[in-house]
Design a protein around this ligand. Sequence first.
Ligand SMILES: Nc1ncnc2c1ncn2[C@@H]1O[C@H](COP(=O)(O)OP(=O)(O)OP(=O)(O)O)[C@@H](O)[C@H]1O
Ligand SMILES: Nc1ncnc2c1ncn2[C@@H]1O[C@H](COP(=O)(O)OP(=O)(O)OP(=O)(O)O)[C@@H](O)[C@H]1O
Ligand SMILES: [Mg+2]
Ligand SMILES: [Mg+2]
Lengths: 265, 265
Amino acid sequence: MRRIAILNQKGGVGKTTTSVNLASAMSGAGKTVCLIDLDPQAHASAHLGVTATRGMNTMYDMLVRQTPWEQTRLQVEPNLWVTPSSLDLAAAEVELSGMVGREMILRDLVQAEPNAFDVMILDCAPSLGVLTLNALTCVDEVIIPLQPHFLALHGLGKLLETTSLVTKRLNPTLKVTGVVLTLCDLQTKLTHEIVEDLCRFLEKARGGKTPWADAELFRTRIRRNIKLAECPSFGKSIFGYAPTCNGAEDYALLAQEILNLQPAV
Amino acid sequence: MRRIAILNQKGGVGKTTTSVNLASAMSGAGKTVCLIDLDPQAHASAHLGVTATRGMNTMYDMLVRQTPWEQTRLQVEPNLWVTPSSLDLAAAEVELSGMVGREMILRDLVQAEPNAFDVMILDCAPSLGVLTLNALTCVDEVIIPLQPHFLALHGLGKLLETTSLVTKRLNPTLKVTGVVLTLCDLQTKLTHEIVEDLCRFLEKARGGKTPWADAELFRTRIRRNIKLAECPSFGKSIFGYAPTCNGAEDYALLAQEILNLQPAV
Ligand SMILES: Nc1ncnc2c1ncn2[C@@H]1O[C@H](COP(=O)(O)OP(=O)(O)OP(=O)(O)O)[C@@H](O)[C@H]1O
Ligand SMILES: Nc1ncnc2c1ncn2[C@@H]1O[C@H](COP(=O)(O)OP(=O)(O)OP(=O)(O)O)[C@@H](O)[C@H]1O
Ligand SMILES: [Mg+2]
Ligand SMILES: [Mg+2]
């Protein structure tokens, strides 16, 4: 099972949009996929029309009550399952702060079913707290959505530093698979400057010992497309809402590029 | 002194862009302004060219060591001061979790100098944790930047609920002054739908007992404008970088609209 976290502590760079549409594109290509929502905002859940109701098990139950993964997921499309989040999850940061090995709770629950799916994708909150540490400890790969803006690039150093700490102390096999440009206006000067900065940075790190030594800038870039902002209100991925628009084309290409990168683990 | 928090736990809706450019527009209009950066990403600080160095007092010192406000601010423009943030602030969430009255630390430090400035503006992180609670406890007004997208509107209920709890338990005079539409593409159907939903919601609440009963949707809307995304890389507000562009016009208008709303407290 490939285990991928979609992560960037900068807010609003397209983490949820990428998680949901990547999961849907991969399940459309015949892979069995589970999307795990680790954001208390529960936007990945809402994006696929899932709202946590009383009695339904969510991510909160997994982390705070160690409810097995099997009991917290729902099927939403033929090959796609979702483990929903809820607002209670916001309390987990403080509730878990005293627990032994608090960063490893999710890893242990996922490892109980190591081949439950072909791919597992985790949508993270805009922070590097205990929820995100649980994600980084339980996956093998990180994909970083990045809007080609200065403030988004500014935080990349801290994000990579955190993955490096997790590799040293919690999860030695963790790697950054790549960075995907999102919300792209391909013509602007700013985009070119940011892309140049980023390529230079990744080039310099190549072959070193860091978790991002083999990271690449994905060839597929996600163009700005209003239909990607409209589809969450219908509880559908872009493939269920507007399957022929630029957004669907870009995410299908990105899914293909990621699936071609590695043999299924 | 008017005390305003710029707040929305949804990521990437323009909190930092609004805080910095509003502060700069108001200081340009002759008001003395202090911008306080409560986000561990320290983007408001970076936007104005301030990077916390060793030995410099930051927001972390204020909250964890109760360093007086006077010792943590720097002047960056003729009428504009900044209390910078730093990455250490991310640790404050757990470090403060056991402290008595942890939400009131900032309020007490600011109340030691109740008339230090005409206006104080707080930029918040994309979360509703202890840092944001400190902001809500120490201000009188909340301004909510909102991108007219479904996922941004989705979280508004939780944000308002949190302001209501703060009003009940920590800060009885807290009010939501208004919502400002940011990153606006005025032509799209989605914007019209979101604006209608929002107006209907605010209309229904009018005259009630909630902190948002008098909240309005500001007439000024902030249009999408690439220069607003370029200026942070020069360490300047939009007024220092491109004073005649749409972004500068929109934020100058918004500053006027807010200053006209209330007599200076
Ligand atoms: N390529 C795109 N074109 C147009 N709109 C987009 C695109 N990608 C994302 N959006 C919209 O931009 C906003 C931010 O995206 P999204 O919520 O996915 O980011 P995020 O990183 O998950 O945010 P958060 O930090 O709050 O979790 C959303 O309203 C989304 O609908
Ligand atoms: N009106 C605008 N036009 C174009 N770009 C904008 C506009 N407002 C903000 N931006 C850009 O959009 C991105 C998000 O804005 P910003 O960082 O201010 O949001 P935020 O809510 O503070 O994010 P976070 O949740 O990470 O704190 C930034 O790269 C910023 O430069
Ligand atoms: Mg998200
Ligand atoms: Mg910000």
